[in-house]
Design a protein around this ligand. Structure first.
Ligand SMILES: [Zn+2]
Length: 260
């Protein structure tokens, strides 16, 4: 009896392993110059592959949200995957599988930046990313995250250009620009945006949907000629001429501006 049971258990294990293996295999082994995911990711998974996914979908946290980039696929990550899938007309099951990864591959360059933004664009201060308030590697990683948020914002605004006028600054560059000593530009995650296809107000309003706890724009001192976004630790939104304010976070229709 016992022996038979063991044989059965072992057979069951083999069948189960084969089944799980088949599920885990991507439909097609897509190679990508930046990063290639090797398994489907859903709620409850964790690891570096989840963290890489979170970076790419960090622009989809919902209004006023900020997605944690912690390698843990929880409810927030699932909701962000759903929003990403909806933004690109994919089946919105909240599971990152072949179709979701294929869209991400199409959106990223070989250096892992999103197709419409570049490291050079986010740093006109130096080429090393050194001399700020964090290590060069951290500054660059922070800038990468901001670029993915901007890519989501760009898509939401009809895939028209978003013009970057300033990004990372070393202490020397920040002093030369007259920036505050606590400026998020010293951390690499701040980006200044200029008017173009979109007004400065439109940019400030839309940024509320894409994971920027810091938004400064028209009406805030020294921000009448650009809209500034960043990833500070707690929310501070101020673009008084655009109806953008930290205290108005309950008004959840950010689609059109109320200000001039
Ligand atoms: Zn700025």
């Amino acid at each position: 009896m016992r022996r038979l049971g063991n044989v059965f258990a072992s057979l069951l294990l083999t069948v189960t392993a084969t089944f799980v293996g088949a599920l885990a295999m991507p439909e097609k082994a897509l190679a990508d110059g930046c990063y290639t995911w090797g398994r489907q990711l859903s709620e409850g998974t964790s690891g570096e592959d989840v963290r890489q996914l979170q970076i790419r979908i960090s622009g989809y946290p919902g209004y006023g949200g900020v997605l944690a980039v912690d390698g843990q696929f929880g409810a927030g990550t699932k909701a962000a995957v759903v929003r990403f899938q909806q933004a690109y007309g994919l089946a919105d099951d909240g599971i990152a599988g072949p179709n979701t990864f294929a869209k991400i591959y199409a959106l990223q360059d070989d250096d892992c930046t999103p197709v419409n933004f570049s490291y050079a664009e986010l740093n006109d201060c130096n080429s090393t990313w050194a001399g700020g308030n964090v290590s060069a590697a951290t500054a660059k990683a922070n800038a990468l995250l901001s670029m993915w948020k901007l890519q989501a914002m760009r898509h939401a605004l009809g895939d028209q250009q978003i013009r970057v006028t300033s990004g990372f600054r070393s202490v020397a560059c920040n002093n030369a620009a007259g920036g505050a000593s606590s400026s998020r530009h010293l951390y690499g995650d701040a980006v200044d945006l200029g008017a173009g296809p979109h007004t400065l107000c439109r940019l400030a309003q839309q940024a509320r949907n894409h994971g920027f706890p810091g938004i400064l724009g028209p009406g805030y001192p020294d921000h009448n000629d650009h809209t500034h976004v960043d990833r500070r630790s707690s929310r501070f939104w101020s673009a008084p001429n655009c109806g953008v304010s930290s205290s108005l976070v309950e008004s959840i229709d950010p689609v059109e501006g109320t200000g001039p």
